[in-house]
Every structure is written in structure tokens, then in C-alpha cells.
Design a protein around this ligand. Structure first.
Ligand code: ADP
Ligand code: MG
Length: 351
């Protein structure tokens, strides 16, 4: 089966990593977790850079590590992107792209032109790294990682060192990459906004352990991210109302209206629905809220604030999180299995 199987443990004074993961062989798996939780260490183990890592690593059917057998780092077909673009300062952009490529045997998977086109760096090829902006440098670093024709891409907080404007500049490139990439990408981040836009699969790490993992929507729905608690619904544009500048997004189990962003009918999109924007009611009251869905309570959980509760509700096949006061939870008598109405006050549409 073409998957990424990671069964790795590592002991350091004051820190241990113990991970057992079976990730999809395609798409973006986000490694998410607080600083110090072991995300970088896990990537380094996968890249073969941690000699004391024990266990088994099998990538798309090829064993990279098992028992005493381990492929040295340079024999692992990996594209690695770090937080700070580590380009060779004395080489041009083209020189940087060619550097890793010369040493790879397989050149079939990703053509250099494809990588250049995908990251929009065709006009930068003659420049030196010092003549690039931070965002451009990071795009080149991503293209360079693709140019080695990897079987697996690893990105370690590639946007973390950039300011918000640069981050916004690069995210669309990463989204295109996500759509076109046929190899797995393990993407480390502690930023929820990146994860909800890019990830298909979510791995939540804490203290060197996997706290939760699974498909993005389900896994997010089981996490309390404080103010950012919420879900992502994956669907497509099902209808447009140009007169009102609204777009209807159909997802498994329902549909919601969002502000139209000029996307065509049928386009696959994601909706971010924050728990604080969702309320629950027994009756579908008359209000200005038009996004009303029939739901069934799945579970009731604690919120960070003692006066609030997080309620997980099934809407068809999807899950939605609602943050309500404990008082209204008590008034509504919220309990698993209960049918109620889910009112969504606002949603963010993402391409
Ligand atoms: P994250 O990437 O999630 O922030 P890291 O993998 O960098 O976490 O770190 C995990 C733990 O390992 C932390 O406790 C960190 O202090 C420790 N650590 C990281 N690198 C080293 C190192 N080279 N030597 C010793 N300890 C390290
Ligand atoms: Mg790190």
C-alpha cells in the first residue's frame, strides 16, 4: 500500500518522541502542535538526520529504516523546506535549482519547468538569493525541493519567518502545489490558518506524542483551539446569487451561504466555521441568520472558559462545533443524540 508509515521513537535528555503514524500516500498531512512538541525532530527522523532514532519507516512501499538497516540521508528521496530559506548565496536561482537536481537519479516525476512555473519564479532565475525578497526566497526554496524529484516533501514551518503580507503572497502557491502534487507532503505548522487551508490530514502533536490524527475536518472538530476552535467543511460551489453577492457551498450533509468571491460553480472550496460563530436552538427562530442547519448533538465538551461549553453537532455526514454558554446548554438540555437547529452567523470561504 502506498502510504507513509512512521513508527519512530527517540530519547533525548528531557524529551522523548514516540510516534506511530500511518499517513496517506498523497496530499498534505499537517503536523500541528505547540513549540517543543517534537515536530521538527520527527521531520529530522524521517529525513534520516537523527542517528539515535529507532523504529521503522516505510515510504510509498520502500523501507527507509527498519532494525539496523537505515538509508543514509542523501539516499532518501526527500525535498526539505525549512523555516529560513537555505539557498546557496553564491549561486543564482537557477544554480540553486540545478544543484540538488544533478544528484538525483530519477528526473521523471517533476520537471524543472513545472517547478518553476508552479512557484512563479521564471523571471527570477538569473538573480542571486540576496536580490530576492523573503517571500521570493521561500518560493525558490520550495521549487528547489520539488526539483530533486522527491518521493516525499517535508516542510518545516515554511511561512513562519515571513510577515503577514509575504505569507499571503505564498499561500496561493502552496494551494496550487496542494492541488497538483502527486506525492505526500508533510507540512509542519503551528498556525491554524495554514492548516485549515492546506491540510487534508491532520496530526496533532504534544510532548513528543500524537495526540490526535485523522482527516482534517473530523480531527479539527475534536480539538479545542480556544478562540480558533471550529471546523473546516470541504465542499463545492453549488449555487450563485449574483444579485446578493452570495455563493452557496454544498458540503456532505448540507449547504451554507457565504460571500461570493467570484469563484465559478462547481469549484471545490473549503469553509471555515468557527465555533464562536455558531449557535444552537430548539426552534428555527425568525432571525436575520439564513444559515440554518438541522443537526444532532454528538458530544458536549469543556471550553477553556468555565462559563462556556463546546458542542459537537452532526450535520448530515459533517461535524460542526458550537460554542455556547453553559447556561444555554443547560436551558436547551443539550445531550448526545438530541436534535436541534444549528445557526451559523458567519463563514469564511477559502479556495
Ligand atoms: P518543535 O519543532 O515542535 O518546536 P522540536 O522537535 O524542535 O519541537 O523539539 C522537541 C524537543 O527537543 C524540545 O524539548 C527541544 O528543546 C528539544 N531539542 C530540539 N533540538 C534539540 C537538540 N539538537 N538537542 C537537544 N534537544 C533538542
Ligand atoms: Mg520546529
Amino acid at each position: 500500500m502506498s502510504r507513509v508509515e512512521v513508527h519512530i521513537s527517540l530519547d533525548r535528555p528531557g524529551f522523548s518522541l514516540d510516534v506511530d503514524l500511518n499517513l496517506p500516500g498523497r496530499g498534505v498531512s499537517a503536523l500541528f502542535g505547540p513549540s517543543g512538541s517534537g515536530k521538527t525532530t520527527l521531520l529530522r527522523c524521517i529525513a534520516g538526520l537523527e542517528p539515535s532514532a529507532q523504529g521503522r519507516l516505510c515510504v510509498l512501499g520502500e523501507i527507509w529504516q527498519e532494525g539496523t538497516k537505515r538509508l543514509p540521508p542523501h539516499q532518501r528521496p526527500i525535498g526539505y523546506v525549512f523555516q529560513e530559506a537555505s539557498l546557496f548565496p553564491h549561486l543564482s536561482v537557477m544554480g540553486n535549482l540545478m544543484y540538488g537536481r544533478k544528484r538525483t537519479a530519477i528526473k521523471d516525476i517533476f520537471s524543472l519547468d513545472q517547478a518553476i512555473e508552479l512557484l512563479g519564479i521564471g523571471h527570477l532565475l538569473e538573480r542571486r538569493p540576496e536580490q530576492l525578497s523573503g517571500g521570493e526566497r521561500q518560493r525558490v526554496a520550495i521549487a528547489r525541493a520539488l526539483a530533486v524529484c522527491p518521493r516525499l516533501l517535508l516542510m518545516d514551518e515554511p511561512l513562519a519567518a515571513l510577515d503577514l503580507a509575504r505569507k499571503r503572497e505564498i499561500l496561493p502557491y502552496l494551494e496550487r502545489l496542494h492541488d497538483q502534487l502527486e506525492i505526500p507532503l508533510i507540512y509542519v505548522s503551528h498556525a491554524t490558518d495554514e492548516v485549515v487551508r492546506l491540510a487534508d490530514h491532520l496530526v496533532v502533536m504534544n510532548h513528543g506524542r500524537v495526540q490526535a490524527h485523522g482527516p482534517l475536518s473530523e480531527t479539527l472538530a475534536c480539538l479545542d483551539l480556544g478562540e480558533e476552535a471550529g471546523v473546516v467543511l470541504q465542499g463545492h460551489i453549488g449555487a450563485l446569487e449574483p444579485e446578493w453577492h452570495l455563493a452557496r457551498v454544498d458540503f456532505p450533509g448540507g449547504s451554507l451561504w457565504a460571500r461570493d468571491q467570484g469563484l465559478p460553480l462547481g469549484r471545490a472550496v473549503r469553509l471555515r466555521v468557527l465555533a464562536r460563530d455558531v449557535s444552537l436552538a430548539q426552534q428555527p427562530g425568525v432571525s436575520s441568520i439564513q444559515n440554518l442547519l438541522a443537526g444532532v448533538v454528538d458530544a458536549l465538551g469543556e471550553d477553556e472558559h468555565p462559563g462556556l461549553a463546546l458542542v459537537r453537532v452532526h450535520v448530515g455526514e459533517s461535524l460542526i462545533l458550537a460554542r455556547v454558554t453553559k447556561r444555554s446548554a443547560a436551558t436547551l438540555g443539550i445531550a448526545p443524540g438530541q436534535r436541534l437547529w444549528v445557526q451559523v452567523k458567519s463563514v469564511a470561504l477559502m479556495e
